[in-house]
Design a protein around this ligand. Structure first.
Ligand SMILES: Cc1ncc(COP(=O)(O)O)c(C=O)c1O
Length: 393
């Protein structure tokens, strides 16, 4: 802390010194272009363009009309937890005890609860590189050490059992976190790969966290849940993506039995409970599956347009486009500075994308992430603009 003219000015703590999201700069620049009357095709933002299912919005409206919105228990509304448990039975044929389901403020809230309940300060936790930046930033802020394991095509861009064992041999790991489908790559782990990695982690005494936020948005093959493998896997999920409820800030965890009480105590103290209106809406969201499947088919069409048209436009190299709504393109033949390249693509062609450096400090300088959560018309427009931009050089 620094003193200025007798006033104690609080300086930020060291643990708060996490990196900003570079995509925010892209969004800011895109907003400037639009404010000046320009047109931007938005492929930078990782959120659905569609609203929450009608059933969810109607349930929220009814709850508002009824009046009082109070706290719920820290674990969440019992009816919502039971509905989530039913979802595991319906979608995966897995019986999950509703007592293990914890409602959270998005999967972001789930990470904090998972990390705090599973790890001590100084513990090392493996995550895939490239990966979702807040994994490493939240771990760091909580005093843990993220261990980035570089992935490549040989393991379909996920952590292999061998790579996990190798990192563990250097300095022991306490945990490993995986996501399938993943952000930014959009790649998925085959069910056998997930099972093998989980078994390897068990053998090595490494705790397992599975971020399943993009479940439901799987195109290459059905996404497998780690909940089917063992009660000891910590599952994190969310209503943000498949159910198009980013702003409602609601998700859930499936917690190993030995950690339920710890997670509950943390939640009681950190947030008391998750917004009740969002919990009511989320429960009703499960009744809007037909609507959400139609949204998913839209993404599938976008994926088809991009994977068939981008190579013709001059962008032929990208990772397997398995799920979520991301295409991770290798632009190394054009640049070794993806942030500058993304900036030019935005300024000169009006296409907003996210530079890979946000997700991979090592190789991200040659990648761009394109989100295809928009409309088919926008995908065609983006391809045309990208093609013109690359031809101009
Ligand atoms: C892989 C991944 N996990 C978690 C999140 C956080 O989502 P939320 O807190 O809205 O559930 C995101 C958001 O983009 C994500 O991409």
């Amino acid at each position: 802390m620094a003193a200025a003219q007798g006033v104690l000015v609080p300086a930020p703590s060291r643990r708060s010194e996490v990196a900003p999201f570079i995509v925010m700069d892209v969004m800011q620049r895109a907003a400037q272009i639009e404010a000046a009357g320009g047109r931007v095709v938005h492929m930078e933002v990782g959120q659905p363009a569609a609203p929450a299912p009608r059933s969810a919005r109607e349930a929220a409206r009814r709850a508002l009309d009824e009046g009082r919105i109070g706290y719920t228990t820290a674990l969440g509304l019992p009816s919502l937890r039971a509905r989530i448990a039913r979802h595991y039975r319906d979608a995966h044929g897995v019986e999950v005890d509703p007592a293990r389901i914890m409602v959270t403020t998005g999967s972001s809230g789930g990470f904090v609860l998972a990390f705090l309940s599973m790890f001590e300060p100084g513990d090392r936790v493996a995550i895939a590189n490239p990966g979702y930046p807040p994994y490493r930033h939240v771990l760091t802020a909580l005093g843990c050490e993220p261990v980035l394991i570089d992935t490549d095509a040989s393991s379909r861009w996920t952590i292999s059992p061998e790579a996990l064992a190798e990192a563990h041999a250097v300095t022991p790991l306490k945990g490993v976190l995986v996501a399938s489908p993943a952000n930014p790559t959009g790649t998925m782990m085959a069910p056998e790969a997930l099972a093998r990695l989980f078994a390897a982690a068990q053998d090595l005494g490494i705790r397992f966290i599975s971020d399943e936020i993009y479940h439901g948005l799987d195109y290459a093959f059905p996404a497998a849940t780690a909940a089917a493998l063992s009660e000891q896997a910590m599952i994190i999920n969310s209503f943000s993506k498949y159910f198009c409820m980013t702003g409602w800030r609601i998700g859930w965890m499936v917690v190993p039995p030995s950690l339920v009480r710890a997670v509950e105590r943390l939640q009681q103290n950190l947030v008391i409970s998750v917004p009740t209106l969002s919990q009511i809406a989320a429960e009703a969201a499960f009744d809007g599956a037909d609507e959400m499947e139609a949204v998913k088919h839209g993404y599938e069409e976008n994926r088809r347009i991009l994977t068939s048209e981008l190579p013709k436009a001059g962008l032929p190299e990208f990772l397997p486009v398995d799920g979520a709504f991301y295409l991770y393109a290798d632009v190394g033949r054009f640049t070794d500075d993806s942030a500058a390249f993304a900036r030019r693509l935005l300024d000169e062609a009006g296409v907003a994308t996210t530079p890979g450096v946000d997700f991979d400090p090592v190789r991200g300088h040659r990648f761009l992430r394109l989100s295809y959560a928009g409309s088919a018309a926008e995908m065609h427009e983006a391809v045309e603009r990208i093609g013109d931009f690359l031809r101009r050089g």
